[in-house]
Design a protein around this ligand. Structure first.
Ligand SMILES: [Zn+2]
Length: 301
């Protein structure tokens, strides 16, 4: 009996940790964990530090995260200061020198795309402003292609024995992703030119991709919750320039968009924002399937 139990325990471990994992990946957000999985397959073991139910701007540097960073070979994060409130603490507490800034084990997805909204003048009084530019690149699936290429190259650099494996998986991903992109873009055509109101100013890349037009954010400044006075201003703005619906990420407080939805008489659309944010966003492909479906639903209501 005892032997059986140990056998079962070992089987469980083998299931969650690939038997021949060469790289331990510490993924800051679920979308980068999912992309690491697409590229790394069974040669990497992935720990994803946050879930779609959490605000990636505001994560606690818990001991469990620190312990995982200590054994990681590479961190795969968004970068552009999205994790500025918690990753420096994790790096410091863990002493994880492999993940230190500038090391091959420090992978920041935003370094491989062109970032929008890089402020010419930094003023923290502008709220929780993203000083390095808008970091929320995963709202546009086109961003995944350059990041996937860079990630495969980085995995190959750290684990040369499997370089061909990572390159082959990247090529296969690129093929499947390009086909999916064409499908999403065609399906989303009715969204072109549609006015929307957004909770956090986090969707600029998606807006560019689909041709959505952001009328107004529901936060007075990025990261600052709206007062009732500010929401009244938003309603006024929406009277002058009506929006079809509001958008918020699944992890965000639903009250501001519910209030606007009720008073402006428009639907409130909840989007996954990342893998696992909603039930439909089960993997990287599901993230955009579900996002497009939910946006199109917003048009119908
Ligand atoms: Zn943000």
């Amino acid at each position: 009996m005892r032997k059986l139990l140990i056998g079962a325990a070992l089987a469980a471990v083998a299931f969650t940790t690939p038997a021949y994992a060469n790289l331990n990946v510490f993924a800051c957000e679920p979308e980068w964990g999912a992309l690491s999985n697409e590229i790394g397959g069974d040669k990497v073991s992935i720990y994803t530090a946050t879930t779609g139910a959490q605000d990636p701007h505001q994560i606690q540097a818990r001991p469990s995260l620190i312990a995982k960073a200590r054994t990681a070979d590479i961190s795969v994060c968004d970068g552009a200061e999205l994790e500025i409130g918690w990753m420096p603490m994790i790096l410091q507490q863990s002493g994880a020198s492999k993940l230190a800034p500038g090391q091959p084990g420090d992978f920041q997805a935003t370094q491989f795309v062109h970032l929008l909204e890089q402020p010419s003048r930094l003023d923290r009084a502008e709220g929780d402003i993203h000083a390095a530019g808008n970091p929320h690149i995963q709202t546009d699936p086109r961003m995944m292609l350059p990041v996937a290429k860079a990630l495969a190259a980085r995995f190959a650099q750290l684990d040369g024995a499997n370089a061909a494996y990572y390159q082959a998986r990247e090529a296969d991903f690129e093929k499947r992703w390009t086909a999916a992109l064409a499908h999403w873009t065609a399906k989303a055509a009715p969204l072109k030119g549609v006015n929307i109101a957004v909770q956090h100013h986090a969707w600029i890349y998606m807006e560019n991709w689909l041709g959505l037009h952001e009328v107004v954010p529901l936060e007075p400044k990025p990261g600052v919750p709206p007062s009732s006075g500010y929401l009244a201003e938003v309603l006024q703005k929406l009277q002058a320039t009506p929006a079809k619906f509001t958008i918020r990420a699944a992890y965000e407080d639903d009250r501001p968009s519910a209030f606007i939805s009720e008073h402006a008489g428009i639907p409130a659309v909840t989007l996954p924002f990342t893998v696992g944010g909603t039930e439909g966003a089960k993997d990287l492909f599901g993230l955009y399937d579900d996002t497009i479906n939910r946006l199109l639903q917003g048009l119908k209501k």
